[in-house]
Design a protein around this ligand. Structure first.
Ligand code: ATP
Ligand code: MG
Length: 609
């Protein structure tokens, strides 16, 4: 009996079922070739992340591949992250693998449990489980600090790392640039024993923050600047949310990330294109630590794809934070925000976002996706699922002047309409909607014209239309106030034309309009959202995105909705007939109180037309 859209937009089974044939892409080709060649067939899994010995003592890995989604818990996830989540979890699902949720929390300063919890909720809501079991704890990169430290000591002992006491400025100058090789640090040729002693003193807190760093010893003349002895550890006195004050040295991201992947036995480490230049260091580090017997072989490999750029949307956490802190929006979950919590509140479904990720695919070159693609995916998901309802967004009263005479004074005629005109095959249709028609109904102002423009088919004096699900009526005129504003529209009801009764179709009309009975209509707040920016690329080329904020991105109207909509569950999606898709607000809509609906998306793409 239960219908998918009849529950709030909570987790649903994947929109894109695993057995549907997906368009191939370069990542699928790589994985398929790795599986065919048995590249990772010999791997073992120790049951949890760990070093070479830990995994060697485990079972052959039951996961054919391992991918990961590694957010830094320093903000809310956005639609770009949704692409990465659907990609990584989707590949694992489709190829018999496991996807890890890992908090990349190696930077002690920026993390917050508010973000951690919201990230967990968002990934779950999108429909995914991580780490191979429902409700598994996410992994945390900070749990690997001990190993990272041990690996750093190994690199020093093997002559692959040294403590550099140059100032940050000297280091910058001596790194050279694109056309100029770097210059070796005067500290580069210290002995391993000397470096080890100093590194331990760094760890023990003998030096000030920034006094020295540990650097990998690779090649100061490398054409890739990332290979010119990158820093791998720095001194930073900061309390970490997981490890407290245990450490005053922290690993750099470029060093930490490959190790996190390797400890977790990740096979395909998928990241965005800006990390392409880091790949040689990733591979270098893997090779060194496998040589030293610290990490299991074969190592993970990094692959890069183009990040999502969506028109009219910004996807930088820092800039989204600015919108929140400057009160340009009501919060991270403002329905205009491209955050996952914002999209959800706007009425987006997990299935629509999964469909979007499938549809845009993955490529190796940057491009812009049109916002209408995202909207189209939501429409496509809701078309067959969202219950119908009638709402009048800009009400004016329509009086059926002959009602008492032909129907009986005060008579209310019961009407009903299906909640879903086309229930998905194999599902039982949901219960019908019930409402009544009487002498007075609400209609939208736009559905009446005293003097009709050419081609206008709705109400104007002398014209007949159908009140959808009710009767055919014939317009007779209107009344106005002293300012000429229409106060009532007048019409007569045509008897024996009630929808669904025999002979009702004998009176032909060119249009049906939506309406709500005055007797049983319910007052509702409806929030009409539009794009947050009026510029298609609000922050491109260093533009100030605050300058293109759309002043009309939110319009609140007092609407009247049919009685079935008053029972909406928070988060439930609807199609308001002829208006678009709406969702009962997850936060402000409280059953039993005045309903609150958000516009999710119009019925068709009206942007730019
Ligand atoms: P921001 O720059 O907004 O802080 P980020 O990339 O630093 O974003 P992370 O938390 O590090 O955010 O990202 C987690 C994962 O999400 C990374 O693997 C990253 O590649 C991916 N990701 C982030 N933004 C996008 C995007 N716009 N399109 C696709 N993937 C993205
Ligand atoms: Mg980041």
């Amino acid at each position: 009996m239960s219908h998918p859209a009849n529950t709030p937009n909570k987790p649903v089974a994947s929109a894109v079922a695993a057995d549907v044939v997906k368009p191939s892409n370069f990542l699928r080709q790589i994985i398929e070739s790795d599986l065919a060649n048995g590249t990772y067939a010999s791997r073992c899994w120790g049951g949890s992340p760990g070093d070479a010995a830990h995994h060697a003592a485990g079972q052959p890995d039951p996961a054919k591949i391992r991918t990961r989604f590694p957010p830094e818990p320093n903000g809310y996830l956005h639609v770009g992250h949704a692409k990465s989540i659907c990609l990584n979890f989707g590949l694992a699902r489709d190829y018999g693998g496991v996807c890890h949720l890992r908090f990349d929390d190696t930077n002690p300063e920026k993390e917050d449990t508010e973000y951690v919890n919201s990230i967990i909720d968002s990934v779950k809501w999108l429909g995914f489980d991580w780490n191979g079991a429902p409700n598994a704890a996410p992994y945390q990169a900070s749990d690997y600090f001990d190993f990272m430290y041990r690996a750093a000591e190994y690199l020093i002992e093997a002559g692959h790392a040294y403590v550099d006491e140059q100032t940050a400025e000297q280091m910058r100058v001596n790194r050279g640039d694109f056309g100029k090789p770097g210059i070796d640090s005067p500290f580069r040729s210290r002995t391993p024993a000397d470096n080890l002693a100093r590194f331990r003193q760094m760890r023990d807190g003998l030096y000030e923050d920034g006094a020295m760093v540990l650097r990998a010893k690779i090649d100061m003349a490398s054409p890739n600047i990332n290979m010119r002895d990158p820093a791998i550890y720095r001194i930073r006195r900061a309390t970490h949310h997981n490890t407290g004050d245990k450490w005053c040295i922290y690993p750099m991201y470029t060093y930490a990330h490959p190790i996190e992947d390797a400890l977790e036995q990740i096979t395909h480490s998928i990241c965005t294109l800006e990390f392409e230049d880091q790949r040689p260091f990733y591979d270098w580090l893997m090779t060194r630590l496998i040589e030293g017997g610290l990490l299991a072989s074969p190592p993970p490999k990094q692959y890069e794809f183009a990040r999502l750029n969506l028109t009219y949307v910004i996807t930088s956490k820092r800039k989204l934070a600015q919108l929140v802190y400057d009160h340009k929006v009501s919060g991270w979950d403002d329905p205009r925000m491209p955050t996952i919590v914002g999209l959800r509140r706007r009425g987006y479904t997990p299935a629509a976002l999964q469909l979007f990720a499938e549809r845009i695919g993955v490529t190796k070159s940057d491009s812009w996706i049109d916002y209408s693609t995202l909207e189209g995916c939501l429409r496509e998901d809701l078309e067959l699922k969202a219950h119908r309802g009638m709402a009048v967004l800009n009400p004016v009263k329509l009086v059926l002047t002959n009602w008492d005479e032909v129907m009986g004074a005060g008579h209310l005629e019961p009407c009903s309409q299906p909640a879903l005109p086309h229930p998905p095959e194999g599902t039982e249709p949901p219960p019908a909607r019930h409402f009544t028609i009487g002498k007075e109904v609400w209609i939208d102002r736009e559905d009446f014209e005293e003097v009709p423009p050419k081609g206008y088919k709705r109400l104007f004096p002398g014209n007949k239309v159908r009140l959808k699900g009710g009767y055919v009526i014939e317009c007779t005129g209107c009344t106005k106030d002293a300012n000429g504003v229409i106060t009532e529209v007048h019409a007569t009801v045509v008897p024996d034309t009630k929808s669904g009764t025999p002979g009702s179709e004998t009176v032909k009309v060119k249009a049906a309009i939506t309406w709500v009975g005055v007797a049983d209509g319910v007052n509702a707040e409806v929030r009409l959202y539009d794009r947050l920016f009026s510029d298609a690329q609000p922050d491109a080329g260093g533009k100030d995105f605050l300058e293109s904020l759309n002043p009309n991105s939110l319009k609140v109207v007092s609407a009247i909705v049919e009685p079935s909509l008053a029972n909406a569950l928070p988060g439930q999606n609807f199609q308001f007939e002829r208006h678009g898709y709406f969702v009962a607000d997850r936060i402000d809509h409280v059953q039993g109180a005045k309903p609150v609906f958000n516009l999710a998306v119009g019925l068709r793409d009206g942007w730019g037309k």
